[in-house]
Design a protein around this ligand. Structure first.
Ligand SMILES: [Zn+2]
Length: 178
C-alpha cells in the first residue's frame, strides 16, 4: 500500500497525538512501511511518531575557554550548552552557526560533529557538535539570562546534568578539547 500523504512531525510529550490537529477527529493506528503511525479517518492526515531534531553546541574559543548559558527556565543554578530547533531549509551545520550567533553573538568558524543523544522527556534527537569561535562580545538574547566563559576544569561543577543533555555532551567532547 502506498501512502501519498505528507507526514506531519509534531512534538509529542510522552506518546502519539490522539486527535487530529486539523479537524479534531480521533486518530487511528496505521502502518507506514515498517513504522507505526496514526491517521485521521476524517481528513486522512498522517501523523508520524518521529523525534524532532535539535542541534546542541559546545562553544569553544581560541583560548580553549568554553561558553555556557544560564537559562532560568531550565535551571536557576546550572549552566547549559547552546541548543536550538532546526529550521526549515537549513543544514545541521547552518543551524549550529545560527543558534550560536543568536544566543551568544559568537561567529562559528568551524564545527565538528561529536555525538547524538535521545532526550526522552521531550521526544527530541539532540545532534551534538563542538562549535569553534573567536571570542567576541556577547549578544543580548531574550532566551538567555546570562553567559560566561569557563575554563575546562571548571565545567564539571556548573554544567546541567539533570533532565538535560549538556553534561553528557561535555563528557563526549572532552577528548577533543585541549
Ligand atoms: Zn483530521
Amino acid at each position: 500500500m502506498t501512502l501519498n500523504f505528507n507526514i506531519n512531525y509534531l512534538i509529542f510529550e510522552d506518546m502519539f497525538f490522539k486527535y487530529c490537529g486539523e479537524c479534531g477527529h480521533k486518530l487511528d493506528d496505521i502502518k507506514c512501511g515498517d513504522d507505526n503511525c496514526r491517521i485521521c479517518p476524517s481528513c486522512k492526515k498522517i501523523y508520524g511518531n518521529n523525534p524532532l531534531p535539535v542541534v546542541e553546541a559546545l562553544v569553544v574559543n581560541e583560548y580553549n575557554e568554553i561558553l555556557l548559558l544560564k537559562q532560568n527556565y531550565i535551571s536557576n543554578t546550572k549552566w547549559t550548552v547552546v541548543t536550538g530547533y532546526m529550521q526549515d531549509r537549513e543544514t545541521i551545520e547552518e543551524a549550529v552557526a545560527r543558534e550560536v550567533k543568536e544566543e551568544t553573538g559568537q561567529i562559528v568558524t568551524n564545527c565538528k560533529y561529536i555525538s547524538s543523544y535521545y532526550f526522552a522527556p521531550k521526544h527530541l534527537i539532540m545532534i551534538g557538535f563542538i562549535a569553534y569561535v573567536k571570542k567576541e562580545q556577547f549578544a543580548d538574547s531574550a532566551e538567555v539570562d546570562d553567559l560566561k566563559w569557563y575554563k575546562i576544569e571548571e565545567i564539571d561543577n556548573v554544567i546541567a546534568r539533570e533532565n538535560n543533555c549538556s553534561g553528557m555532551h561535555f563528557d563526549m567532547c572532552k577528548k577533543y578539547l585541549c
